[in-house]
Design a protein around this ligand. Structure first.
Ligand code: NAP
Ligand code: GDD
Length: 404
């Protein structure tokens, strides 16, 4: 049985990767940080009582800023594969805590590589480093002739996060070349899921679209609506991580979908899942998204709440039986002149449901990312199962059921 060690196991990717490796018969060890409240929601379903006979999922307290515990854990676990997914992964937050990010996201990678070398496991342990499309910084002149970023495109990071990750990238490559270690970078473009952290833009949008549809929130505030990202599904991307470590030779790979989409269009797609069509007006910080029309059938199918038009008014009658079943709000429905409301926030056609808040702008922005996954597809045989529409639907279903 192979043994894997995952840093960042409590995160989005760590949880999906742990599931994948357990399915493949691995013994999985994860490093989690001590927190004053529980931070294991994403992996609680994998927990096994250590008193039971055959346990193949283990957690260790640890931190990427602490070499001593990294060395001790690796010595105890003797892993065949290490996946270094631990990081302060929020680009905007990295401007607020740049030194910490350098320590965890940059030097953290070095600590793992050095630990493997100190313990003389170079010939046994393979290492995956979670590198990122943030390394490219979205510089238009650095795209390849086909208009994508690939394994040969120059880097130009645009945030303390990107700068820390570029150290992680190069130290991984350097240890591969200097010490002949099986150490690889996956240069992953943005990947999302129902388990995505709630302050990343896609999850912020799907949570808000679900909450607005169910009358629990009135407006979504966003930053740069023109930013473009190459968004895939995290479930597909952890498969690529595993494939990268199963190759004969250690190499670096771009993992991406090859398509890019504006934040504004992601908003449109998320609301479309609940039958809301958004119309955009204004520009810059004054741009607003207005609820332009509602497809009732779609709304009802997605939310389980029944709406029907009353005398030409917008969205009015709510089926109380359905409402009780879904426990959206125990309080009685409120009838006002125009509509029945859930929490008094049920949106009407004409309501402003998206606004721009400059607080979410970044000091330096990555305007556009689009990756070329040709090498991964041809050499690894990697094929994603989800397209963007499938991703949005998965996230919206997840958030609607969470709120219900
Ligand atoms: P995530 O959900 O933010 O998870 C990050 C994980 O790192 C969490 O388990 C977190 O623990 C842990 N962590 C944070 N600081 C740590 C420290 N000092 N020591 C040990 N662990 C620490 O991120 P993700 O989306 O799963 O991404 C996984 C990795 O891929 C990250 O390195 C990220 O930078 C990189 N990446 C992500 C994407 C993407 O689009 N998702 C794209 C390219 C690269 P807590 O739960 O305790 O916070
Ligand atoms: N978070 C956030 N919140 N981003 C917003 C908002 C908002 O309200 N409004 C617009 N955006 C824009 C950001 O300015 C950025 O251009 C884009 O949406 C995506 O932001 P995030 O979802 O925060 O992700 P990211 O691209 O900055 O970083 C993610 O992907 C990287 C790979 O390219 C993270 O997962 C990184 O860890 C990862 O390396």
């Amino acid at each position: 049985m192979k043994i894997a060690l995952i840093t960042g196991i409590t995160g989005q990717d760590g949880s999906y990767l742990a599931e994948l490796l357990l399915e493949k018969g691995y013994i999985v060890h994860g490093i989690k940080r001590r927190a004053s409240s529980f931070n294991t929601q994403r992996i609680d379903h994998l927990y096994q009582d250590p008193h039971e006979g055959h346990v193949n999922f283990h957690l260790h307290y640890g931190d990427l800023t602490d070499s001593t515990n990294i060395i001790r854990i690796i010595q105890e676990v003797q892993p065949d594969e290490i996946y270094n997914l631990g990081a302060m992964s929020h680009v905007k937050v990295s401007f607020d805590s740049p030194e910490y990010v350098a320590n965890v996201d940059g030097i953290g990678a070095l600590r793992l590589l050095e630990a493997v070398r100190i313990l003389k496991l170079e010939n046994k342990t393979r290492i995956y480093q979670a590198s990122t499309s943030e390394l490219y910084g979205g510089m238009p002149e650095n795209k390849n002739e086909k208009g994508f970023y690939d394994e040969n495109s120059p880097f130009y990071p645009r945030s303390p996060y990107g700068v820390a990750k570029i150290y992680g990238f190069w130290i991984t490559k350097n240890y591969r070349e200097a010490y002949n270690m099986f150490a690889c970078n996956g240069i992953l473009f943005n990947h999302e899921s129902p388990r995505r952290g709630e302050t990343f833009v896609t999850r912020k949008i799907t949570m808000a679209a679900a909450a607005i549809a169910l009358g629990k929130q009135d407006c979504l505030y966003l930053g740069n609506l023109d930013a473009q990202r190459d968004w895939g599904h995290a479930k597909d991307y952890v498969k690529a991580m595993w494939l990268i470590l199963q190759q004969e030779k250690p190499e670096d790979y771009v993992i991406a979908t090859g398509q890019t989409t504006k934040v504004r269009d992601f908003v449109q797609m998320a609301f479309a899942h609940v039958g809301f069509h958004i119309r955009w007006e204004g520009t810059g910080v004054d741009e607003i998204g207005i609820l332009d029309s509602i497809d009732e059938q779609r709304y009802e199918a997605a939310t389980g709440v029944t709406l029907s038009e009353v005398e030409g008014l917008n969205v009015n009658a709510l089926n109380v039986k359905t409402l009780n079943e879904t426990s959206i709000n125990a309080e009685p429905l409120t009838l006002n002149a125009e509509r029945l409301t859930l929490n008094d926030l049920t949106p009407n056609v004409g309501d402003v449901v998206v606004r721009v808040d400059p607080r979410y702008f970044r000091p330096t922005e990555v305007d556009l990312l689009i990756g070329d996954p040709t090498k991964a597809k041809t050499q690894l045989g990697w094929e994603p199962e989800y397209d963007l529409q499938g991703l949005v639907e998965d996230m919206m279903r997840g958030d609607l059921s969470l709120l219900n």
